[in-house]
Ligand binder design. Structure first.
Ligand code: HSE
Length: 440
């Protein structure tokens, strides 16, 4: 019997999902064991829904009618946002429907309640499309890497910011100019806040951390910095030192004396060596680097957004849901990869407790002894310096930039060093601090 799907949201991904399901219907039925068909589409814009359906599905403006309909087996939620989506997803679960969603914000913020409700009701909530679009990273972390103790993840998981950073580097342009171009080209939203302030990447990093470490979603504890204040000068200096700057979502397990301490969960512009594969991920592409104790390093690369790449993940979830529709819920892959009664309470470490390399740039008076004062402050806190860059001052200038790259250090110690450096009369203005990961 055909699996009957109700689609909520007829935007870009909704249209892509309808198209892929229709185009590859035979292949999909051979894989799933049953045909899968979108039979009803809800969108506030009825014309838009009708264009997607093209006479092959019923259309409505009433999403709750689909969620409640007894003849719908699976609800695909592609509305996005927190509130309406949450209400509809919870109502679908209560009505005994399985849910497929691409909504990273919803899961990162309300996922714990949603998965608890789904477990209680014995239904699936599948979310491959929520992280890195078409890249099957959820499947990889949850199933393909199930043998491993996953040590850390570092991902370029926001295409808009990766496009902006790539353009800033290759064309030497300032952030605001590239953002305006990205908006004109349709890469960035009219309100690009979630992308450029790192929130979208933090939603995705939160979800990956939960399924990698077997913890609840901890979005509220994530440390989030975007690229809004990144200076093109730092991209240039980083390049001279052999690094590229990427907005990374990082989740890293930490131990002390062999005992679990917690995990780092952070999104921020990060220097990575130009020779790493991740540094070559340019434009709007996404990639996720995962280190497992058994497998070692792995990297997953592909399109993180767009109609059909994201539909690829939505439809894969529909196939997965279809295959186990009649299975005992206990025999399905657990939502968060680990059994719900075996989740860990491993905390997210405060940002002061993270360990990273650091890039510190400061403007200093061009006179003897300044560098010695700065390096003494750093050394006094046990922080080791890897490289120093001091570009020639412009003609007639009596100040110059100095850049230090440190080895791994505790962020709290680096903060103390920065405060002491900024108090030096020869240091002119605030120190620019960026984090650095060598991904080895
Ligand atoms: N806005 C996201 C990006 C895609 O730029 O990657 C959807 O998460």
């Amino acid at each position: 019997m055909t699996v009957r799907v109700g689609l909520l949201g007829a935007g870009t991904v909704g249209a892509g999902t309808f198209a892929v399901l229709a185009r590859n219907a035979d292949e999909i039925a051979r894989r799933a064991g049953r045909a899968i068909q979108i039979v009803r589409i809800a969108d506030l814009d009825l014309d838009r829904a009708a264009r997607v359906a093209d006479g092959r599905a019923e259309v409505t403006t009433d999403a709750s009618a689909i969620v409640d309909a007894p003849d719908i087996d699976v609800v695909v939620e592609l509305i996005g946002g927190y509130d309406i989506a949450r209400t509809l997803v919870m109502r679908a679960i209560a009505a005994g429907k399985h849910v497929v969603t691409a909504n990273k914000a919803l899961l990162a913020v309300h996922g714990n309640a949603i998965f608890a409700a789904a477990h209680e009701r014995g239904v699936m909530v599948a979310f491959e499309a929520a992280v890195a679009g078409g890249i099957p990273i959820i499947k990889a972390l949850r199933e393909g890497l199930a043998a491993n103790r996953i040590e850390w993840i570092a991902g370029i998981i926001n295409g808009t910011t990766n496009f902006i950073l790539s353009e800033m580097r290759s064309r030497g342009l300032p952030f605001a100019e590239v953002l305006a171009q990205a908006q004109q080209l349709g890469y960035a939203e009219a309100d690009p806040t979630f992308d450029i302030d790192g929130i979208d990447a933090a939603h995705k990093a939160t979800i990956m951390a939960a399924i990698a470490f077997g913890t609840p979603m901890r979005f509220e504890s994530a440390h989030i910095e975007g690229i809004r204040h990144l200076d093109a000068k730092d991209i240039r200096f980083a390049e001279q030192l052999g690094y590229r700057i990427k907005l990374l979502g990082i989740a890293r397990r930490r131990e002390r004396n062999g005992l679990p301490l917690g995990f780092e969960l952070r999104v921020h512009p990060t220097l990575i060596p130009s020779s790493r594969l991740l540094a070559s991920v340019e434009g709007a592409m996404n990639a996720v680097w995962v280190h497992g104790d058994a497998v070692g390093h792995t990297m997953f690369y592909g399109k993180g957004a767009g109609a059909e790449p994201t539909a690829s993940a939505v439809v894969a979830d529909l196939v997965d849901v279809t295959r186990t529709l009649t299975a005992d819920p206990d025999h399905r892959v657990p939502h968060l990869a680990f059994q719900p009664d075996a989740l860990s309470d491993l905390p997210v470490l405060p940002i002061g407790d993270i360990e990273s390399g650091y890039y510190l740039r400061m403007a200093v008076a061009d006179q003897p002894g300044v560098l010695a004062d700065v390096t003494r402050i750093v050394a006094q806190r046990g922080i080791s310096i890897g490289s120093v860059l001091q570009p020639e001052p412009g003609a007639g200038e009596n100040s110059t930039d100095v850049v230090l790259l440190t080895h791994r250090a505790l962020e709290r110690d680096v903060d103390e060093a920065i405060a002491a450096i900024e108090a030096l009369p020869t240091v002119l203005g605030p120190v620019v601090r960026l984090r650095m990961e060598d991904l080895s």
